[in-house]
Design a protein around this ligand. Structure first.
Ligand SMILES: [Zn+2]
Length: 279
């Protein structure tokens, strides 16, 4: 049994910038946001090394995203491990209290989807709050930054949280360096934004009515962290994270994208409640 304590290593931050309303794609794409758990943080001290948040509390969300494209489905992040939902009070590790109400697998079932129906799986990064259910998607094609792939199957990462995703070593895999156009029509593009982990990524989705949406992964963990440019302690490379944040903000402006900080509760609450979707 894997302890949720390793989940604390994978926090992220999300923040909004501008958003576009003009149609940017003729392709019928749907973006579903699933509730794949929460974190109640009893002390935000680990969310900055400068002490800004010491003693403060935070409620974080932990969504998974399903992108339905005429050419197939992409699952972006897999949330807390589904077995967490079997524990009514979740799991506490230090200042982190992880909970899950509805299993990812049961949410997909609401749309008539089984794990082995998902054509593509990608993770913003391999930490356990994002890779919790990754082993269930071994029949999907796994799209991953080559440095993240190297990192996730290195001995330290496998030892700490490999049990969540180790089956993916057998999955059909597409490696990329800087970006990957999932469906070949520029509508859903994975963008490398390293720093939090060696090959962390973000996701740009061009929707017909809702405009462009940019999912942050854990480049930021919460909206205030984006404003204050704070950085939590669980960063593989702070310098790289700063560079990636510059690239991310430039991309958000260039694409007039609605930025979703994946762990930011406000951003989550402004999205259509599953099984409603953006299109
Ligand atoms: Zn995270």
């Amino acid at each position: 049994m894997i302890s949720i304590k390793f989940l604390i290593l994978s926090l992220c931050f999300l923040t909004p910038i501008g958003w576009a309303a003009q149609p940017v794609s003729d392709t019928n794409i749907k973006l579903y946001t699933m509730n794949c758990g929460t974190y109640d943080v009893s002390d935000m001290k680990d969310l900055s090394s400068n002490g800004e948040y010491d003693g403060q509390q935070l409620q974080m969300v932990n969504p998974c995203f399903l992108i339905r494209h005429p050419k197939g489905d992409l699952l972006w992040d897999t949330g807390h491990i589904d077995s967490l939902a079997d524990s009514e009070n979740g799991e506490v590790s230090g200042v982190w209290h992880a909970k899950l109400k509805v299993k990812l697998i049961d949410q997909l079932a609401q749309l008539g989807i089984k794990a082995n129906n998902i054509e593509y799986l990608s993770l913003s990064h391999v930490h356990p709050d994002h890779a919790g259910n990754a082993n269930k998607f071994v029949e999907s094609t796994f799209i991953v930054n080559e440095l993240e792939h190297k990192y996730m199957f290195s001995e330290p990462a496998l030892t700490y949280f490999g049990a969540f995703y180790s089956a993916l070593e057998q999955a059909k895999t597409i490696l990329f360096k800087t970006e990957y156009d999932v469906f070949g029509d520029d509508s859903v593009v994975i963008k490398s934004m390293p720093g939090h982990t060696p090959g962390s990524s973000t996701l740009l989705i061009r929707l017909n009515k809702a405009g462009n949406v940019l999912l942050s992964g854990d480049l930021y963990i919460h909206a205030r962290g984006r404003k204050l440019a704070t950085m939590h302690k669980y960063n593989a490379d702070k310098r790289l994270t700063i560079d990636s944040r510059k690239s991310f903000e430039a991309l958000a402006i260039e694409e007039k994208a609605r930025v979703i900080i994946q762990h930011e509760k406000q951003d989550f609450e402004q999205l259509p409640r599953f099984p409603k979707f953006l299109d």
